[in-house]
Design a protein around this ligand. Structure first.
Ligand code: NAP
Length: 457
């Protein structure tokens, strides 16, 4: 019987790129064994040694960014310039944790009657990361850099359409000199994830992806009483108030909604614009969306490439159709699209009624939903009507409005007069259906450590 294969497809052409043979259960078992063995010695290494290797990984990323970026673009369609920037950001997160891990994990002294009492952050062991295709490098590195610097070891199960990138990532750590077993890519489908989580040698799991995948992983981890961290979808609100710098608001709105071909968890997806500036904002926003250049993601002049898979394209088309049928209006003209491949024209929908996908669901592509609001109370009430709570943005110069937005918007972050973006120095994560736990900064490296209390009398 021939072995099963997984074929990656170029979304810009619909043509096959490369085939991979998935790992069988014996190979997965051997990888977990290598991880378990590697952990025994890796956990004893010094921060200086880990930092040296992590800086090397960053140098390799910088030196080979064009090649890694090209594979990402070929596998999932993001504009090449954005893919290069993604690899550069991975180098940044490696250097951030190489330079700060020791500080983040330093003993925390707490005065008691004992002669010494403190919290020590100790590594836990092999951690499984189930990752999505939309930022094939960044999602993995923001997990891998803190995990390895904390003294844990990593097992990656990447999305099945980006296995070329998954193998490239494992290569970076190997070539940087990390010992065998410290970071490995498992070429497995989603059905094989359960067995890995339940394996006694695997101590924790993190997932970035959709709600159904998160729920499944969290349930299995719960049954096994293993820590889990979930970074799930989002339908971020973007509020524009009368005092906003409209030029900046429009520019940020376009960037937020369309970067990565509109397939970002923290993209602004629901635009809530005060009636006093609604017409001016909308006119400029629609003009900018209509001017986006859709085409070959390998070309420098391209703003928007194809969606990552045919199924994603079809799902988004269905959501838009149902939203229009439900009473929303399309208020932008559609771009002409290339023939083959999984293309979708950037567009703006207005006043999607409650109950339609535009109002209720995450739209994972370049579709903006816009509503006119009468006040900040109105905007925040609508922002919070979503099941999601990942990021949020407000454009205003009014200090009272800023304070109210920070206090009342139900989200893992609120950015004021700025693009919602992840940053190695700032914690990142969501509330509600957007998941739990925090990545990046000190929170990220403490996600998977045993915070051991030590009391010496
Ligand atoms: P997805 O279908 O959930 O896939 C994500 C990963 O989970 C893939 O590796 C996938 O493997 C695996 N998976 C799927 N179903 C699973 C299951 N039942 N059990 C275990 N693993 C499973 O999500 P996606 O469509 O690739 O990614 C888009 C979603 O990710 C969006 O909702 C987006 O908002 C979210 N996201 C969130 C963040 C954040 O930081 N909060 C960042 C980026 C993306 P296969 O590919 O083999 O199916």
């Amino acid at each position: 019987m021939s072995k099963p294969v997984v074929t990656s497809v170029n979304p810009a052409s619909g043509e096959a790129l490369q085939t991979f043979t998935p790992h069988g259960s014996a190979e997965v078992d051997a990888a977990i064994e290598r991880a378990d063995e590697a952990f025994r010695t890796w956990r004893l290494t010094s921060f200086t040694e880990r930092s040296r290797l992590m800086h090397k990984a960053a140098d390799i990323l910088d030196a080979r960014k064009e090649a890694f970026a090209r594979t990402m673009t070929m596998e999932m369609g993001k504009p090449l310039s954005e893919a290069v920037a993604e690899v550069e950001k991975c180098a940044l997160v490696c250097r951030h944790y190489a330079d700060h891990a020791e500080d983040y994990l330093r003993d925390e002294v707490i005065e008691t009657e004992a002669s010494q009492s403190f919290v020590r952050n100790l590594p836990m062991g092999p951690v499984l990361a189930v990752m999505p295709w939309n930022f094939p490098f960044w999602q993995v590195f923001r997990f891998a850099a803190p995990t390895l610097m904390a003294g844990n070891v990593g097992l990656l199960k990447h999305a099945s359409n980006v296995w070329g990138s998954a193998l490239n990532i494992a290569k970076v750590f190997r070539e940087a000199g990390f010992p065998e077993g410290c970071f490995q890519t498992l070429l497995i489908g989603s059905k094989a994830v359960e067995g890995v989580i339940r394996d006694a040698r695997v101590k924790a799991v993190t997932l970035t992806g959709s709600g159904p995948a998160g729920r499944s992983v969290a349930m299995i981890a719960g049954e096994e009483l293993k820590p889990s961290l979930l970074e799930l979808g989002g339908s971020d609100a973007f509020i524009v108030m009368p005092s906003a710098d409209l030029g900046k608001a429009v520019e940020t709105a376009v960037k937020s909604r369309t970067r990565n071909n509109g397939q970002s968890c923290i993209a602004a997806k629901r635009f809530l614009v005060h009636t006093d500036v609604y017409d001016a904002f909308t006119q400029a926003f629609v003009a900018r969306i209509e001017a986006l250049r859709v085409g070959d993601p390998l070309l420098e002049e391209t703003d928007i490439g194809p969606l990552a898979t045919e199924a994603i394209r079809d799902e988004l088309a269905g959501q838009v159709e149902a939203t229009l049928k439900g009473g929303a209006k399309r208020i932008s003209k559609l771009a002409k699209l290339p023939g083959k491949g999984w293309w979708f024209a950037p567009q703006v929908l207005a006043e999607a009624p409650d109950g339609t996908p535009g109002a209720e669901q995450e739209m994972f592509g370049p579709v903006a939903n816009l509503w006119r609001v009468s006040s900040l109370d109105d905007a925040i009430a609508r922002a919070n009507r979503s099941d999601f709570g990942l990021g949020s943005a407000i454009f205003t110069q009014d200090a009272a409005e800023i304070a109210q937005a920070v206090r009342d918007i139900e989200a893992g972050s609120t950015f004021v007069n700025a693009l919602v973006a992840s940053d190695p120095r700032l914690p990142f994560g969501g509330v509600k259906q957007s998941g739990y736990g925090r990545e990046l900064a000190a929170d990220g490296i403490k996600a998977f450590v045993n915070r051991k209390t030590v009391s010496i009398s």
